[in-house]
Design a protein around this ligand. Structure first.
Ligand SMILES: *Cc1c(COP(=O)(O)O)cnc(C)c1O
Length: 809
């Protein structure tokens, strides 16, 4: 497919250089000598776009002509990171570019690093969506993403005097070479207004009048598969003023409209913000559904078989309005009966649940929902009524159960309930998470719809997280077992026969050292601190959240530091503890933890007495591109959430794939990592999820018992408030209170002793180099199970019923 005619620009180095110089002048309007790194990035990006355009068109035409079933993945987040490097790698043209640019005195790496991260997401959920797109295209599966083209992605984080400061992110500042605006396919989305009822030929019809319209303009981003001829599409909607008249003041209307695709997760502490979030959700869903149905109609002439040709997946509950929106289109536009429309809707839609934390389950007040989306609200009411009637038949007289399961109750619309009732598949994201859904959180629903529930353990694309992020490790693996693992990651198990091999072990150690040197350089540039690259790099990077327990990590470091200061017989192997985490702007407690980490770092890093043993580093602005430098450099992966709280985790998988050993609780996918590597290649500690859930259920935990009876615990907890840190007296009081008077909701004090113990084992084991490297290699070898290729094949086979396309020609 590639390499015909003028597309031959990547076929050899000389042609590449020639084309590059020619295009640079044309695109940037300056000579090569005057060009900046960004000009060079822009030029190379354009060349790649041109190179793939014919294949992109061919993929779309192929999909149309074969009538193959398509899957559409709807997600409020896509955490893509940078795209150039990944595209070059997947297209197999990275080497040509690297060599050609080098001849011109340009470093490809620098060019790649000038790209802004596309940070259209918070964390795990958004990164999962990005990994899934990579796997869909790499497996030749017809699957596309739908999202929102936020003008500002997740905020940029600065640390100022130890505190998080948020700056607006500006990824589109220099334009975006990867996107294609398609104004010809713009779609109108309506809000507000009133529903009119019309009796027509014995049929009750509904029409919404005096709506306020917003135009959704698609921007398409190509999703390039690894060495395949498939280029799928990520379609991001931009909100723009519509040409239809409105009663509003024109400037007010423009401002309100553009706000819809301005920001990821606007502040929703007030009604205005809540309305905006709900607007975003419906905007995404309505534009996508109208678009999908238009396309389907154009190719098939009718929508009676929609569910046989289209699968729509909703990533968490944010896009759950896809259910009533599909009903609206089928009822009001296609004039179907309720029964027919409902059958098609259920068969088309599937849903992934990402959390059991009750505060994270979306519930919308009726007073906000109903006026903003009057027709959609009517449909949700009707779905609810019919569902409750079914419940009544099955559970006559059980008012409590029916109220608990209802979609609308206490003037709230429960989005997870709507998702379960209106879809044919509900999956959790790790075995334990799915079991908790089935047996506890969604038990009533599981009993009512047992066959809808299933598990799909998350995965990550090993192409970005190993091949691209860690080329040093990738080439060592290629030398040892060949490069088949890139397309069939299960083949990584062939490494198992090398784990006792002294030469291979030595090479693995060298790669790790090289990656630690790279990260150390970055740390020095950001913080001015020199870290010892022979020390253990012990890393916790993820969003900051109480349940993820960065606090447990901090208290353990405080304990180590106390011991080192006071007990001259106590010694440890040198450790560098590395943190990276953004806190939600309105999450007061999480921000206190960031300040605490930085206060601890300040104290420890400036203490000459312990300096050669202990350092603490907080890396600001944790994001995909920074993560690509962190995972390869880690020796120890901290996955220490309170058991039962982390649905899966995917950071744990990225660490494992890069040879870090997990210190973790029996939570989320840690459990499956343990199953893959075996007990002796992972460090497990702490309460089990059974124990945690039983405490929740029966009570009986008293954090003060641990405070009073363990001197180590007592000491570090007191140090939060007794003037030990040079901060305002009450700075860390909220943390102190959470552990004491609020009875330590996340069992930090309960687990601290076993966490200290497990770290003693880590400390000893690391010094047994042979054993440690064996552990590290085992982790890499068994990481194949956690490729998103495996996950996506399971979704494709079990839920979406889609097949991979034959070679596109
Ligand atoms: C993988 C990833 C996450 C998710 O990490 P968890 O440890 O699973 O919470 C969050 N943010 C970024 C940038 C990631 O790459």
């Amino acid at each position: 497919m590639y390499g015909r005619g003028e597309k031959a620009m990547f076929s050899n180095k000389e042609i590449f250089k020639e084309t590059f110089l020619e295009k640079l002048e044309m695109l940037c309007g300056k000579s090569f000598k005057e060009s900046t790194v960004r000009d060079q990035y822009h030029t190379l990006g354009h060349m790649v776009r041109e190179f793939i355009s014919a294949t992109w068109i061919a993929t779309n035409e192929h999909n149309r002509s074969t009538h193959a079933k398509q899957v559409y993945y709807l997600s409020i987040e896509f955490l893509l990171g940078r795209m150039l490097g990944n595209n070059l790698l997947n297209l197999g043209i990275r080497e040509i570019c690297e060599e050609g640019l080098l001849d011109l005195g340009i470093s490809l790496q620098e060019v790649e690093e000038s790209e802004s991260d596309a940070g259209l997401g918070n964390g795990g959920l958004g990164r999962l969506a990005a990994c899934f797109l990579d796997s869909l295209a790499s497996l030749n599966l017809p699957g596309h993403g739908y999202g929102i083209r936020y003008k500002h992605g997740l905020f940029d984080q600065k640390i100022v005097e130890g505190y998080q400061v948020e700056l607006p992110e500006q990824w589109l500042r220099h334009g975006n070479v990867w996107e294609l605006r398609r104004h010809d396919q713009a779609i109108e989305v309506g809000f507000w207004g009133e529903v009119e009822t019309i009796h027509l030929n014995g049929r009750l019809d509904f029409r919404t009048v005096s709506e306020e319209k917003i135009t959704a303009v698609p921007y398409d981003i190509p999703v390039v598969g690894y060495k395949t001829d498939t280029i799928n599409t990520l379609r991001l909607w931009n909100a723009e003023p519509s040409p239809y008249p409105t009663d509003k003041n024109v400037m007010e209307y423009k401002r309100e409209t553009e706000a819809v695709s301005e920001l990821l997760y606007p502040d929703d502490t007030h009604d205005e913000g809540k309305i905006l979030r709900l607007k975003q959700q419906y905007f995404l869903v309505s534009a996508s559904l109208q678009n999908i149905i238009q396309q389907h109609r154009a190719h098939h002439g009718h929508v009676k078989d929609l569910h046989k040709k289209v699968a729509i997946h909703i990533n968490d509950t944010h896009p759950v309005l896809a259910i009533p929106e599909l009903m609206r289109i089928l009822l009001d536009k296609e004039k179907m009966s309720w029964e027919e429309a409902w059958h098609i809707t259920i068969e088309t839609i599937s849903y992934t649940n990402h959390t059991t934390l009750s505060e994270a389950l979306e519930k919308w007040p009726v007073r906000i929902f109903k006026p903003l989306l009057p027709r959609i609200y009517m449909i949700v009411e009707e779905i609810n009524e019919r569902f409750c009637k079914q419940l009544w038949k099955r559970y006559p007289g059980e008012w409590d159960r029916i109220k608990q399961m209802a979609i609308i109750a206490d003037d709230l619309v429960k989005m997870a309930h709507l998702a379960i009732v209106g879809s044919h598949s509900i999956n959790g994201v790790a075995k334990i998470h799915t079991n908790i859904l089935k047996e506890r959180e969604m038990n009533h629903f599981y009993k009512f719809y047992p066959s809808k529930f299933n598990n799909k353990t998350n995965g990550i694309t090993h192409r970005r997280w190993l091949l691209k992020a860690n080329p040093q490790l990738a080439s060592l693996l290629n030398e040892a077992i060949g490069d088949k693992w890139v397309q069939s990651p299960a083949k990584l198990t062939e490494l198992l026969s090398y784990r006792e091999d002294a030469v291979f072990q030595h090479q693995i150690a060298q790669v790790k050292k090289a990656r630690k040197d790279i990260l150390a350089k970055h740390i020095y540039e950001q913080t001015g601190i020199n870290v010892d690259t022979n020390s253990i790099f012990d890393v916790q990077v993820k969003r900051l959240h109480a349940y993820k327990r960065q606090l447990l990590n901090v208290l353990h470091i405080m304990y180590l530091y106390n011991r080192l200061k006071e007990d001259s017989s106590f010694t440890i192997y040198p450790h560098t503890f590395i943190f990276g985490a953004k806190a939600s702007p309105g999450y007061y407690y999480a921000k206190k933890i960031i300040k605490l980490i930085n206060s601890l770092a300040d104290k420890v890093n400036h203490d000459k007495q312990t300096n050669d043993r202990l350092k603490v580093i907080f890396l600001e602005n944790y994001r995909v591109s920074l993560a690509e430098d962190i995972f390869p450099a880690a020796d120890v992966s901290e996955q220490i959430s309170t058991a039962s709280k982390e649905a899966s985790g995917t950071g744990n998988m990225k660490f494992m794939m890069n040879g870090a050993v997990t210190v973790g609780t029996l939570d989320g996918a840690n459990i499956e990592i343990k199953e893959e590597v075996g007990n002796e290649h992972i460090f497990i500690f702490g309460l089990t999820s059974e124990e945690v859930l039983n405490y929740h259920h029966n009570g009986g935990y008293r954090s003060m018992d641990y405070y009073h009876h363990d001197a180590r615990v007592h000491r570090v907890v007191d140090q939060l408030v007794n003037g030990y840190y040079p901060v305002a007296q009450d700075e860390f009081e909220p943390i102190y209170d959470s552990l004491t008077v609020q009875n330590d909701e996340y069992f930090v004090l309960k687990d601290l002793a076993s966490y200290i113990d497990v770290h003693e084992r880590v400390n000893n084991m690391y010094q047994d180099t042979h054993t440690w490297l064996r552990m590290s290699i085992t982790n890499i070898a068994q990481s194949g199970h956690f490729t998103s290729d495996r996950t996506i094949l399971q979704y494709a086979h079990d839920i979406w019923k889609i097949k991979h396309s034959e070679m596109i020609r």
